[in-house]
Every structure is written in structure tokens, then in C-alpha cells.
Design a protein around this ligand. Sequence first.
Ligand code: SF4
Length: 304
Amino acid sequence: MTDLTALSEEVRALARQRDAIVLAHNYQRQEVQDVADFVGDSLGLSREAAATSAAVIVFAGVHFMAETAKILSPDKHVLLPEPRAGCPMADMITAEQARSFKGEHPGLPLVTYVNSSAEVKAESDVCCTSANAVEVVRSLGVTRVLFAPDRNLGAWVASQLPDVEIITWDGFCPTHERVTAEQVRSAVQAHPGAMVVAHPECRPEVVALADAVLSTSGMIRYVASSAAEEFIVITESGLLHGLAKAAPGKKFFGLTPPMVCPNMKLTTLEKVRDCLRDGTGEVTVPASTRARALAAVERMVALG
Ligand code: SF4
């Protein structure tokens, strides 16, 4: 038995003993994805967190995801295996900045990407993920809207809803922002005939080169049902594992250099084991913040 197999079995046994569910984001390390009860994107993981009857949720992801689970399931123990796993994009707007943003545009609803702190969600009218951002903005039925923190996702939504003016905060994901159109053209040259699938956190000039613009779980569904055999994948490299599982036999090409989110890779199988064994890394959200954030998150979960 390899070390990884033994460790995975230890994690599964501890999860049973502790009445715990292990949720893993699509960008997690391969072995962490493989040990999880559920692997998905932010929207899917939020839904699982809201629906589970387990007493403990181990969230293999980054801090805002565990916070969102806690907002939805306040009676459960939500554990983040690596407390330093944050999201630089979420840190690009504070609650005070969100209030100022709204103050500068009185009366406009604030749509906040789930990649944000609980405090910022508490200032928001509704949250969204990359999977449902267009639908969430459309559902508001307004012609002007504030969107935070991701300027690239905001630009993508604007391109899909030309009748809505989207006023975006100036945040971004460093891992997706780094991708250039030149890199994508090189990949297309190296793999002519491959379909290009891109995440909407990429810059508009990158998104413009894609055949399909999708969330991570959207990409998994897309490659499994597509007639194409080869794909250039423009999102964090952890997704390549899920894609290969969803469509065995098809070929997936990442970019050069690979797109890696260092925060997502902080969580290891050992850390998942340790937090299950020791009950460490508990994430809390103050009751007053939670109450205000819940409505925005629940509206999101109910949509799409
Ligand atoms: S990939 Fe980007 S948006 Fe996702 S956790 Fe990492 S920094 Fe944040």
C-alpha cells in the first residue's frame, strides 16, 4: 500500500468517525480531490454545504469558501485544513470599500462574486459564482448594477447582457489575470484543432479567443458531452485532473507556464487528515455578519 493510499484510507476512516463530509474545490491537489466526498466549483460546493446532514464539513479550498459554508450551515463545524489558504482576489475589497462603492452609486444593487469575505457579502444584495453570474444579474431586472470584486467576470457578464451597465470593482484573480492572448495563440498553434475553453476570470482579450467560456464545473460537463477530442484549458491546472476523469481518452492541454494558484495548493492530504483528527482550523463568522450575508448567499444558491 502506498503512503498516499494509506493516508487516504485514514482520512476516510476519520471522516466516518467524526460524522464529517470532505468537500474539495476543482483546483485542489489531485490526491485531495480523490479523497473528497464531493468535488466541484463554488456553487456546487455551497449547495453541498447547505444540504449535508454531516456534523462536520472539511473544506479543502480557500478561506472564503469555508466561510460561505459556515454562513449556510451555522450549526456545523466547518474546518479549513490550511488556515493560511486565502484568496488574493477576495482580499481586494473590504466591507468599508464596498460601502463606499455603494455610496458613490446610490440605489444600485451590489452583486458580489462569492470570492469575497463574509463582511463584503453582508454589504451585498446578492452573490454569484462564475457559473451563474449572468443569470443572477439578469434576474435583478435592472439596467445598472455594481459588480465586485472581479473586473474580468464583470466584463464577461457585460458582454452577455449588453442592455445592462455593469460598474465593476477593480479586482482580479492573479492566476487568471496573468494569462496573455499570446500564450493562448501559442497553445492554439501547438494544438491546432483543439477547442479552447476559458474561465471568465481571464482578461477579456483572452476570453475573446475561447470557443467556450465556462466555470470549472461547466467545463467538466462541456468536455464530457462535446464531440471534440482535444481541449486547451485556460484555468487553474488542478482542473485537468477532473477533466481527465470526466472524459477519459480525450486530450487536455494546459498553458505554458502552467496556471497554478499557490493558495489552492497549500492544502495537502496530511493537513486534511490532521484537521479531521484534531478538529483544528475551525472557521467562524460573527452572528451579525452572518445574518446579513445569508440573504445574499441564499439568493445565489436558489438561482441557476
Ligand atoms: S484561483 Fe484565483 S480566485 Fe481562485 S482562490 Fe486562487 S487567487 Fe482566488
